[in-house]
Design a protein around this ligand. Structure first.
Ligand SMILES: N[C@@H](CCC(=O)N[C@@H](CS)C(=O)NCC(=O)O)C(=O)O
Length: 368
């Protein structure tokens, strides 16, 4: 059975979209693990059902054959790993596993803003992608197509561009995040097929979300990728085509030196952002300002979900066995990650205290 077949025996339903960031991440993972699934487009009716079943109308959501529902790709991948342990996408080496979780979280959350900015700020991209969204997810909504597409563009601009700190003062820095990511990944793929070696690991799937479904697909960032980082473009196809049963090979030992620029980005920008967000959450502010590497972000939406991200990163560090913990501390210190990982005193999101995710009621990235 092909992964996207619609056979009634398909055990797994993935509710999402063929242009969605996090749906692409999960699809890449399921294909690699050779877990068959059926992709069900998020029409308004499906979206309402997903909201009722998972608590959050976000994509992807997964319905299991036994009727249970899951949301949020990070805990979902953890759960799938517990059910389908081989080939493991989390490296066995605890230091590499921790670094992979850190990079996955960074790629998931910090590349979101540039991805959404390129899609909705550039006219050609916005026109094309609003058409794809409407055709896939709203074909039967009884409103003229042009109006639906206009409505989508306005919504996305309001929420994810203007509403997420993209301004004349931040735009260049936000595009710089994408351009540097290309350079960082290009250097890695000059050495080996995937981020840590001859097969994909969690860090690959983290970067895959933005790179596959936004930067490699939308006209403006895709043209940049083709010119500036063709090895990243090749990696997208390689990962989409990877299968656990045939994509074999070793991982490198330890944290490779070409991961350093990514870790510095995490220490210099992403973790300080998570700290500012966590302080805003504690102060019950709905929006906050933050200066990240001299860039003045204004009126960012406070994200309870990302407070939970910070808590989880800390918990993963604390769960490391003694030797790996020391090694991880050295790596974090060397890249400016240690201090911001612990800067905020008790960042309590209050989310999923009993550890039920991905079966817990979902928490959207914004709001919730
Ligand atoms: N942390 C979640 C994030 C999922 C997410 O934010 N999905 C986006 C689309 S890629 C979404 O559904 N956004 C809601 C909306 O725009 O209404 C995950 O990893 O699955």
């Amino acid at each position: 059975m092909t992964p996207t077949s619609s056979s009634p025996t398909t055990p797994l339903r993935v509710y999402g979209s063929s242009i969605s960031y996090f749906t692409g991440k999960l699809e890449g993972y399921l294909r690699y693990k050779e877990i068959p699934y059926q992709l069900v487009p998020m029409t308004p009716l499906v979206r309402a059902k997903v909201g009722r079943r998972t608590g959050t109308p976000q994509m992807p959501a997964v319905e299991l054959a036994d009727g249970r529902w899951m949301t949020d790709t990070t805990p979902m991948i953890d759960w799938f790993e517990s059910q389908h342990p081989e080939p493991a996408v989390l490296p066995r080496d605890p230091l590499q596993a921790f670094a992979s979780r850190l990079v996955e979280d960074y790629a998931d959350e910090w590349l979101w803003r540039p991805a959404l900015h390129y899609r909705w700020s550039y006219r050609a991209d916005a026109l094309l992608l609003s058409r794809r969204i409407v055709d896939e997810m709203m074909p039967r909504v009884p409103v003229p197509g042009a109006l639906k597409r206009f409505g989508i563009r306005q919504r996305q601009l309001r929420r994810y561009v203007r509403g997420d700190g993209v301004t004349a003062a931040t735009r260049e820095a936000i595009e710089g995040i994408y351009l540097r990511s290309l350079d960082q990944l290009e250097a890695i793929f000059a050495e080996r097929p995937f981020l840590l070696g001859a097969r994909p690991t969690l860090a690959d799937f983290g970067f895959f979300a933005s790179m596959f479904r936004h930067f490699g697909l939308d006209p403006t960032p895709a043209a940049i990728m083709l010119r500036r980082a063709p090895a990243v473009f090749a990696w997208l196809a390689r990962l989409w085509n990877a299968r656990g049963s045939r994509t074999h090979g070793e991982l490198v030992a330890g944290i490779p030196p070409d991961w350093r620029p990514i870790l510095c980005e995490i220490g210099g920008a992403y973790l300080p952002y998570l700290c500012a967000n966590a302080e805003a959450w504690k102060a019950r502010q709905r929006r906050f300002d933050a200066e990240i590497r001299g860039v003045p972000y204004r009126s960012l939406p406070t994200s309870r979900y990302r407070v939970w991200c910070l808590e989880k990163l800390r918990a993963h560090f604390e769960a490391l066995p003694g030797g790996a913990r020391e090694a991880a501390r050295c790596v974090l210190e060397a890249h400016g990650c240690w201090e911001p990982l612990w800067r905020v005193d008790a960042p309590a999101s209050g989310y999923d205290r009993s550890g039920e995710a991905p079966f817990a009621r979902g928490l959207p990235v914004f709001g919730g």
